[in-house]
Design a protein around this ligand. Structure first.
Ligand code: SF4
Length: 538
């Protein structure tokens, strides 16, 4: 039985009733006496209404709603127009003084130390929106922007009553990107810096930091001093570039200072080489120990939601949470609408890749015959598999793909096309909503998306207590996310096909944390293609 939404809450009029699970979740949040609440809330339950409803029920005067992507930010704003205010990074807004030059010149190029003194201030998209957001009780930000602003030299968007983290299981990645430090030979050359004498030693970098910070500050000040005598409105391309360089040097100096303070013996340090460029990377093994300082201190109470939290103990450890309530809700989508066909035809390990890829290609080609008039999304997991399939699959006229820098552009083309395209993507596991009108009938998963053990941080983490549980949980989270891209409503139907034999091992490792609503959808196909419901085997 549905419960009417109290009109006094002031939620948008289209939301008249709580669905049962939404109501259960909001009651649990209201009754939570701990500083954190984690909700395993699958797609379709209506996470954003639970989050915004909680903001109203708890009478929060200052709430930050964070999400992983700008697309999700836009979606929340559409659903809660008039209630929520959204703000993105400066580079997303034109500078009102040089509006015609957007996007070549953006508000991020603004060099004014006191923007409110700018004569274009009243039309300045970024600073006006920031003012509105600062005074709004409910602000929607993406994770990266929130972390940067709330922890900046002059912090914004700190001191909240409530922090709502959508896709909380991806928050550790955002936090890691914020905390880790990377530097390349290209950057060093650009800023006229010489690497430490022994760049292969962490200690050598630690000694190198103070002198380098001084040099960077000196160079940035010099550029700033020269630019100070010219008017931003008259800057040419060269001046704009110099100013960008100045800002990057200042940021780099700040990041190096942070690194010096945060870096300890437990951090992993490694280098990689690609296309003539060496990159040195510094990362904490467990980013959870930084969560309190950079995330949780900015709010009195937090709500973390995702359909794939799976193990609250691991999640809490990952996000430095010590005391929380947790609830898990089932998927509202009928199991018959979302079958997951497990066809173990290949064993895609690095050592067997070359012999297995032709078998994978043949299996995909056979299955594509069943979707001649519908779109298909193929999660290739790696660019190696993507490239092989792009070259060898016969239906060339249907194939599309993308690179890391044009992902959104190709996603939009794939969704809007009237043609039954086949998208080959190594990175569409999250942030992709393929709705009924997008006509995508199937998702194929080529390989179990294990994190690379060649990444020293991942390897080091597996060597800590509970590290392998974390490793396998990460992989099954990603598989579950992949299977949900094309089923976004109760009416929508779509198949998933998994080809990699490694999936069985992963199921065994994670069987205790996979929810029943997902297990029940798995159908095992044996060599003779007879089918067995695998969910009942657990
Ligand atoms: S404050 Fe003025 S110069 Fe700065 S971004 Fe806004 S309009 Fe442009």
């Amino acid at each position: 039985m549905s419960v009417k939404i109290d009109p006094l809450l002031g939620l948008p009029e289209i939301f008249k009733e709580w669905r049962d699970d939404q109501y259960t979740a909001t009651v649990a949040i209201e009754n939570c006496t701990k500083p954190h609440f984690l909700g395993d809330i699958p797609v379709g339950v209506g996470k954003s209404l639970i989050g915004v409803g909680a903001h109203k029920i708890l009478k929060s005067e200052k709430t930050i709603y964070t999400c992983g992507t700008k697309q999700l930010q836009d979606q929340i704003l559409r659903d809660f127009a008039g209630l929520a205010v959204s703000l993105k990074g400066k580079s997303n807004y034109p500078c009102a003084a040089r509006e015609d030059e957007f996007p070549q010149i953006t508000a991020d190029d603004c060099s004014l130390s006191s923007p409110s003194a700018c004569k274009y201030y009243s039309n300045c998209g970024y600073y006006q929106q920031r003012e509105i957001a600062r005074n709004s009780p409910l602000v929607v930000l993406n994770n990266a922007y929130f972390l940067n602003e709330a922890n900046g030299f002059y912090p914004s968007f700190s001191g909240n009553q409530l922090l709502i983290a959508d896709e909380v299981d991806a928050l550790d990645n955002a936090l890691m990107s914020f905390v880790e430090f990377r530097i390349t030979t290209r950057q060093l050359e650009k800023y006229g810096l010489i690497p430490p004498y022994h760049p292969e030693k962490k200690e050598s970098w630690i000694e190198w930091i103070p002198g380098t910070v001084d040099k960077l500050k000196e160079k940035a000040d010099k550029v700033g001093y020269n630019l100070r005598f010219s008017n931003f409105m008259n800057w040419d391309k060269n001046d704009i570039e110099k100013n960008r360089s100045r800002k990057t040097m200042e940021k780099l100096a700040g990041r190096l200072n942070d690194l010096k303070i945060g870096l300890d013996y437990s951090w992993v340090f490694y280098s990689s080489y690609s296309n003539g460029v060496t990159e040195w990377v510094f990362k904490p093994v467990n980013v959870g120990s930084y969560a309190k300082r950079y995330l949780w201190k900015h709010a009195e109470f937090s709500i973390g939601m995702s359909g794939t939290i799976l193990d609250p103990n691991i999640m809490c450890k990952e996000l430095g949470i010590q005391n929380c309530d947790y609830m898990q809700l089932p998927s509202p989508f009928p199991v018959k609408n979302r079958p997951i066909h497990y066809k173990p035809v290949v064993n895609l390990k690095r050592s067997s890749m070359s012999t297995e890829l032709p078998i994978l290609k043949n299996a995909i080609e056979e299955d594509l015959k069943n979707y001649q008039y519908k779109k298909v999304l193929i999660h290739t997991v790696s660019y190696t598999i993507r490239n092989y399939l792009l070259e060898t699959l016969q239906c060339k006229e249907r194939l599309v793909s993308h690179e890391s820098n044009n992902r959104e552009e190709w996603l939009a083309k794939f969704k809007s096309s009237k043609y039954p395209l086949v998208m080959l993507s190594p990175s569409f596991d999250r942030g992709v909503d393929l709705r009924e009108e997008d006509n995508c009938a199937a998702v194929f998963i080529c390989k179990v998306p294990y994190m690379s053990l060649g990444d020293p941080q991942v390897k080091a983490k597996t060597e800590t207590p509970g590290g392998w549980d974390w490793y396998f949980m990460k992989a099954i989270q990603t598989v579950m996310q992949m299977t949900g891209r094309h089923i976004r409503s109760v009416e929508q139907c779509g198949d998933t096909i998994i080809y990699d034999q490694q999936f069985e091992k992963l199921l065994n490792k994670t069987k205790d944390i996979i929810p029943y609503w997902w297990k029940d959808a798995i159908i095992y196909h044996d060599m003779n293609n007879s089918k067995v419901k695998i969910g009942s085997m657990f």
